[in-house]
Write a protein that binds this ligand. Structure first.
Ligand code: SF4
Length: 369
C-alpha cells in the first residue's frame, strides 16, 4: 500500500503563504514568481530572523513595490502565544496556535544562570509511548519550520533574551518531522539569522533511525536519546518504537559517530517505580552504553492519567546514579520543574485546549504591512 505524505499544518491552513520559517531556496523561488531579483531573498530573511520584523513596512532596504507585492500575496507568519501559565518555581508554559483548531505547548524553564526553552515539533504525537501525556492526544500534524522557530521568536523579550539553551523535547517526535526540524535548526544557528550556538541546542528522540541518520549528518546540535529501559521486551512495552528500531541498532549506529569535542550525546532515562529502577537495570545500562562517550540524565516521572506508572523515589534514583557513576558514566538527576502547571517532562498535552475557541487561531500577530 502506498503511504500518503503527511501534510504539515501550514499546508493544511487555508491562509496566505507564511514567510516565517522559509529558507533561502524557498524565498528565492517566491521572488522568481514575483519577477524580483533573488538577492532580495537574503535581505528579507535577515529582516525576519535577525531583525525581528513583524511587518513589511519596516523593511527599509526593500523597494516599496516589493513590500506591496509581499503584503498582497504573503504574510510574515509570526504568531503570538495565546496563553501562559506560570509555576511558583518560575517555569512557564506557553500555548501557541498551530493551525486552525490545533495548539502546541512550549515550556520555559529558568534555572539560576541558565534558562532553557523546550520546543514542540508536532501537534500531538503518533509514537504511543505508554507514559506520555502527548501520546494520549493522538497526532494532529507536523509543525513546519516557521512554527518551530516561532515558539522562540514570539516569546516576550525578557524571556527570549534570557534563554541559554534550546531543547527539542516538547510535544512530538523530532525525527518523525526531520525536514522541518533541520530547517529550523539551520535558521536558529545561521550566523546572519538567529546566530545561536548549535552546542546549546539539544534534539531528543526515542530512536527513529532514518531521521536520526539525517540529523547526525546534517546538523551539529547535541543529541539526547530517550532510553527508559535497557531490556528489549520492557522497552517495547513502554515505547512501541522498539519494535521497529531496536535500541541495539540505534546504539550501533551511534557508536560509529564521533561524540568527542563539543557535540554531546546523552541518554534520558525516566525512572518508574518498580519497573526500570533496579540495580540490575543499572548494570545492564552500563553494559549497553559501554562503547559510547555519553552522559545519562535520570528523570523523575510525573504520573499522567491512564496508566499505573509512578515515579521512583529520589533515594532509589540516587542509588541508581551511584552505580552508573562508579562505572564511569557521567550521570545527573534532573530536578522536577513545572509539575503544577503540567509543564514537566512527559506532561505537555493540549488535549484539554483543543476545545478552546479562538477568533482565528491561524492569523499572524498584528498586521503584516
Ligand atoms: S515520549 Fe515523545 S515520542 Fe513518545 S509519545 Fe511522547 S512525545 Fe511522542
Amino acid at each position: 500500500m502506498k503511504e500518503l505524505p503527511v501534510k504539515s499544518i501550514s499546508e493544511i491552513d487555508n491562509v496566505k503563504t507564511r514567510l516565517f520559517g522559509m529558507n533561502e531556496q524557498q524565498i528565492m523561488e517566491l521572488l522568481t514568481q514575483f519577477d524580483e531579483p533573488k538577492f532580495r531573498g537574503q535581505q528579507i530573511l535577515e529582516w525576519l530572523y535577525a531583525r525581528n520584523a513583524n511587518s513589511f513596512g519596516v523593511m527599509s532596504n526593500i523597494a516599496k513595490s516589493l513590500q506591496e507585492k509581499l503584503a498582497t500575496h504573503t504574510q510574515i507568519g509570526r504568531e503570538d502565544f495565546l496563553s501562559c501559565s506560570e509555576s511558583p518555581d518560575g517555569t512557564k508554559k506557553y500555548l501557541y496556535p498551530a493551525g486552525t483548531g490545533r495548539f502546541i505547548e512550549t515550556a520555559y524553564i529558568p534555572d539560576d544562570e541558565r534558562a532553557t526553552l523546550c520546543l514542540s515539533t508536532q501537534a500531538g504525537c503518533k509514537m504511543g509511548c505508554l507514559f506520555c501525556a502527548t501520546a494520549r492526544q493522538g497526532f494532529q500534524g507536523n509543525l513546519d519550520a516557521g512554527r518551530i522557530v516561532n515558539q522562540y521568536a514570539s516569546l516576550p523579550q525578557a524571556e527570549r533574551g534570557s534563554i541559554t539553551n534550546l531543547v527539542y523535547m516538547g510535544m512530538g517526535e523530532p525525527m518523525d518531522n526531520i525536514e522541518a526540524v533541520l530547517q529550523s535548526l539551520a535558521i536558529f544557528t545561521h550566523k546572519h539569522y538567529m546566530n545561536l550556538s548549535a552546542h546549546r541546542i539539544t534534539v531528543s528522540t526515542i530512536g527513529v533511525l532514518p531521521g536520526l541518520e539525517r540529523f547526525v549528518l546534517e546538523s551539529k546540535a547535541n543529541l539526547a536519546i530517550s532510553l527508559h529501559s535497557p531490556y528489549d521486551e520492557e522497552r517495547r512495552h513502554l515505547m512501541p518504537i522498539q519494535q521497529v528500531y531496536p535500541i541495539a541498532d540505534i546504539i550501533e549506529f551511534l557508536a560509529k559517530t564521533s561524540w568527542s569535542g563539543s557535540r554531546r550525546l546523552s541518554f534520558e532515562y525516566i525512572m518508574f517505580q518498580g519497573v526500570n529502577d533496579s540495580l540490575s537495570h543499572a548494570k545492564e545500562l552500563v553494559r549497553l552504553l559501554n562503547k559510547l562517550s555519553c552522559r545519562v540524565n535520570l528523570i523523575h516521572y510525573h504520573h499522567v492519567d491512564g496508566n499505573t506508572l509512578t515515579g521512583s523515589p529520589y533515594p532509589v534514583m540516587e542509588q541508581f546514579q551511584l552505580l552508573l557513576k562508579e562505572k564511569g558514566i557521567m550521570t545527573t538527576i534532573r530536578r522536577s520543574r513545572g509539575e503544577d502547571i503540567q509543564a514537566a517532562c512527559g506532561l505537555l498535552s493540549t488535549r484539554e485546549m483543543l476545545a478552546i475557541q479562538t477568533p482565528d487561531s491561524s492569523t499572524s500577530q498584528s498586521s503584516d504591512y
